[in-house]
Design a binder for this molecule. Structure first.
Ligand SMILES: *Cc1c(COP(=O)(O)O)cnc(C)c1O
Length: 344
């Protein structure tokens, strides 16, 4: 444990004492044989919470999205995704690289939605000139913003009307549900499959759950094996996931509150641009003056604060290892920096 205030991501959390205890005590078996009781418990719990029949415990969000693509689509198919979506942009083009599945990126609006008319137009007619449009992928939260619930309904309805399957990259879907005061199931059941990370705001060291119908998950399990994701006594890790799903969802509201406090605090600094109303969950995006980009990070680091990157907008992420005191320390350290480095 350390006393750094690390705002780079919510993936950097340390497993809590209670979580470690659960891992220590986990009953395990060989999960490739389907014999790990803790993995099975995690999969049942996740499926139920997200409104699906079954779930599969996998190593990462990237692996989960890849397995979803492999399961929904075949070679020569295409999937529609936002042009800023993690599944399109930041997963090494896995669907194209490994499965000859073509992405059809469409512009994301700032709230994470993709214009419905644009989706309609991008769905290819049944004609051998075209790739077969098979799948619509959405992302929730999107840069810290929950997708509007009515949008989710409309977009997934549109997909169904055109015979497309739907997948939600819900890496932070629990943050969305907490923010919108709905059950995760309310969001999850709109999609044919949902991927949710345990290793982000929920504080588990590793792991993602992919949820869907029994049939979908049986097929997904085959693809997990193909991509080298079959694992053995994974219950040690699944125990952290079970603990996270039981204990760390409702408390996400604290992370959201801390993000709001942070954004509010930073508004008093003229040199920083921050849109408080855009802060919905655990992320704050700020614009820093160019002159500050190279010297601010080292200054913060010297004061026990880590932020990522020098490029605007800079993303600050709250999570369960950031305390209220930490937030106050961050605000006052930013103030000190700009007092010592006046811009004009
Ligand atoms: C983090 C993230 C992923 C991938 O998760 P990894 O576990 O890092 O592979 C996918 N989608 C979104 C939106 C994410 O934030």
């Amino acid at each position: 444990m350390n006393s750094l205030v690390d705002l780079r991501s919510d993936t950097i959390t340390q497993p809590s004492v209670g979580m470690r205890q659960a891992m220590f005590e986990a009953e395990v078996g060989d999960d490739v044989y389907g014999e790990d009781p803790t993995v099975l418990e995690l999969e049942r719990t996740a499926a139920e919470q997200l409104g699906h029949e079954a779930a599969l415990f996998v190593g990462s969000g990237t692996q989960s999205n890849l397995i979803a693509l492999l399961t929904h689509c075949q070679r020569g198919d295409e999937y529609i995704a936002g042009n800023q979506a993690h599944s399109y942009l930041e997963e090494g083009g896995g669907g194209a690289v490994l499965a000859s599945i073509q992405p059809q990126p469409l512009p994301n609006q700032p709230d994470g939605t993709i214009n419905l008319e644009a989706i309609r137009k991008a769905i290819k007619p049944d004609d051998f000139h075209y790739a077969r449009t098979r799948l619509l992928c959405l992302e929730n939260t999107f840069f810290g913003r929950p997708l509007p619930l009515d949008y989710i309904e409309q977009a997934t309805l549109l997909a169904r009307e055109h015979g497309l399957a739907t997948h939600l990259d819900g890496a932070r879907v629990f943050n969305a549900a907490v923010k919108q005061s709905v059950t995760p199931e309310t969001i999850g059941r709109c999609f044919n499959s949902v991927s949710a990370c345990l290793s982000k705001g929920l504080g588990a060291p590793v792991g993602t759950v992919l949820c869907g119908s029994r049939e979908f998950i049986d097929a997904a399990k085959r693809w997990r094996k193909v991509v080298g994701g079959g694992w053995r006594q994974a219950g040690i890790l699944a125990a952290a996931g079970v603990y996270a799903l039981k204990n760390n969802i409702d408390r996400l509201v604290e992370d959201h509150d801390k993000a709001s406090q942070l954004a509010e605090g930073l508004t008093s600094i003229d040199e920083i641009e921050v849109d408080v109303s855009a802060v919905q969950t655990n992320m704050v995006f700020i614009n820093l003056p160019k002159a500050a980009t190279t010297t601010l990070s080292p200054f913060l680091r010297d004061n026990g604060i880590l932020i990522s990157g020098e490029y605007n907008p800079v993303r600050l992420v709250t999570h369960l290892d950031v305390t209220n005191e930490g937030i106050r320390h961050v605000i006052s350290t930013f103030e000190t920096y700009f007092t010592q480095h006046p811009l004009n």
